[in-house]
Ligand binder design. Sequence first.
Ligand code: MGD
Ligand code: MGD
Ligand code: SF4
Ligand code: MO
Length: 701
Amino acid sequence: MNTHPRLRIGHSACPHDCPSTCALDVEIGADGRIGRLHGARDNSYTAGVICAKVARYAERLHHPDRLLRPLVRSGAKGAGAWKEASWEAALDRVAEAFLAAEARHGSEAVWPYQYAGTMGLVQRDSIHRLRHAKRYSNQFDTICTNPAWTGFVAGAGALRGPDPREMARADCVVIWGTNAVVTQVNVMTHAVRARKERGARIVVVDVYDNPTMKQADTALMLRPGTDGALACAVMHVIFRDGLADRAYLARYTDDPAGLEAHLATRTPEWAAAITGLPVAEIEAFARLVGTTPRTYFRLGYGFTRGRNGAANMHAAASIAAVTGAWQHEGGGAFHSNSGIFGLDKSELEGHALRDPSVRWLDQSQIGRVLTGDAAALRGGPPVAAMLIQNTNPANVAPEQRLVRRGLLRDDLFVCVHEQFMTETAELADVVLPATMFLEHDDIYRGGGHQHVLPGPKLVEPPGEARPNLFVVEALASRLGVAHLPGFGKTARALIDGMLEKRGLGGFDQLCAARWADLQPDFETAHFLTGFGHADGRFRFRPDWTGTAAPNRPPDSMGPLGPHDGLPAFPDHVALIEEADAAHPFRLATSPARNFLNSTFTETPGSARREGRPELRLHADDAARLGIAEGDRVEIGNARGAVVLHARLSGGGRPGVVVAEGIWPNAAHERGEGINVLVGADAIAPYGGAAFHDTRVWLRPA
Ligand SMILES: Nc1nc2c(c(=O)[nH]1)N[C@H]1C(S)=C(S)[C@@H](COP(=O)(O)OP(=O)(O)OC[C@H]3O[C@@H](n4cnc5c(=O)[nH]c(N)nc54)[C@H](O)[C@@H]3O)O[C@H]1N2
Ligand SMILES: Nc1nc2c(c(=O)[nH]1)N[C@H]1C(S)=C(S)[C@@H](COP(=O)(O)OP(=O)(O)OC[C@H]3O[C@@H](n4cnc5c(=O)[nH]c(N)nc54)[C@H](O)[C@@H]3O)O[C@H]1N2
Ligand code: SF4
Ligand SMILES: [Mo]
């Protein structure tokens, strides 16, 4: 604490793509450098705890490899030869290329591409205003939340749930398909409090022996993509043994009799064969949740990153409706609070400028889009120019070979605005240096909790790094749209507008208060006043093509996923990439503790702790294949192959392999990363990327 001269503490929020959105206390020295970051103790969700990689943020913010000046490519694409340029010259070059692409193919040939490298509303979403003003192609977001949100809302009708802090007052916490110790550490704060204070049991449902599994009182390790089967067998037992809350079912659900009849054949034996779990474990889990009214189901994203993922989310959420857990404090199912905030982004995103006839392109299919796949281009022109902010698709997107081939096209112009020379930036024509969260103003919403938090500018940016909003505004003026509504405002003015409309005062007021707690009241959060559907009932029979889904693609986009494969009631649907003789293993690409997607791979503290890309496999499989600990193993399928080092502990069931972390492509022997293996075909019903649903062969390398 005292390594910095005249230390002061600044208040902020973590900007990263993590449901925890921690409230932060930042040490700032008189020299303008930051020290350690701490979790705010008086924030009731953060409760003083943050992850280690963000506590070490000084490593990232003051990193010697930060981009400091605009760069223009001076050799072949990807060759690594750059010339420094002034901001004026670099922006002129980008605007020129955008106008040329538009003149040649029409405005849809320009595709602004962004994601959630920062979750700040202003710096993340202002790019849409430029997009709409210029009628550039839209991006349909599928890479992360789509199947999870669609599945949850198919049942509950809204994206919210019991106060996440109530986990501490549960008698059983089921952590399902989220590696919370790694991906959202605060879930554990509240779950462990329940265990300490109330003797609550913690159940973990995952596909491998990860750090969250190690915390479990009841550890359920199933095969990837089989959660629907587990959920059905649990509900079967609950009905069978008279543990269903029939009064609740009659009052709050659509078709309990239909569900019960449907589940008659979904026995624990049936589920055991699909999931790989012993019958006794399924029976015991069912009895536990069936006899524990205060059971809090904390449903994550991981188990929805498969081709049946939306259906599996719906099935898991359905259990809480059969037991009536939703009625009780500390009970119910929670996935995300993203539906509660009601901040109006229409000015920020330029909704009034939107032309509904402009095409939508699937974010996850960027490889197909850039390599001219007619279906992916939705009948429109090729993409000839891009502005990329807050994402690293050359590394994180599926079908990586196509992504790289596309980005290397000589007739494609790419501008990447970044904090580091990422693997996407390396393939660009122009690279612009970006600020980090402590260097600009923004506000943040917590998906895993209920706070809106401000993140004011606390320190000066290094070199010539500038915020995303600056780039959007500077391009808007060069492209002739800066006079349109929403442009020409500061981040603070845009934030004031959103907060005032929501009755939260303005940015200064929120900074003084440090956060606003927007948790809906108990009745609303627990759906006691009705679920989000028009009839107020939880749907066991989802309308998979319904309008309620927050992620429903615009009709103009046409069908995205195969709707017809989805079940009428909760079920196991065999839409996944099942193992076969040629590809006997199922691969999950789960997150690494010290990385956050592709971020933090550049910080020495994180890279050192993670070591090298490894493949976790079962010792029996390894023995059969003659693979020893640390050996090089090659895994592959029709999309490609990569080499990793074998790790025989901490894996999943036989036939399941896990590669943790989105390592830089360059960290692998052949310069290609794990996403070479992952497909970009859409998850039913509304798209998504099946990152944990890949079949592979495996051999000693
Ligand atoms: N340290 C760290 N934190 C992160 C991230 C990171 O990369 N690293 N990423 C951030 C982002 S963008 C997001 S969206 C969130 C996601 O956070 P989570 O909701 O935790 O989702 P995932 O990280 O995809 O996967 C969670 C777990 O699901 C498991 N899983 C895979 N397939 C199945 C299955 O079929 N069934 C079950 N039951 N489990 C399965 C994986 O093995 C993994 O342990 O985390 C955020 N936080
Ligand atoms: N194999 C595999 N692949 C996956 C996943 C998986 O589980 N397995 N998870 C998927 C998921 S859930 C997600 S969400 C995606 C996420 O993938 P990405 O969107 O690439 O995620 P991040 O690494 O969070 O952020 C990308 C970049 O944003 C930059 N950035 C941060 N703040 C700013 C800013 O203010 N301005 C600008 N201009 N840039 C900024 C960072 O430097 C970083 O390089 O990856 C997906 N890919
Ligand atoms: S747990 Fe998530 S929100 Fe909290 S500091 Fe770490 S990355 Fe940020
Ligand atoms: Mo994500």
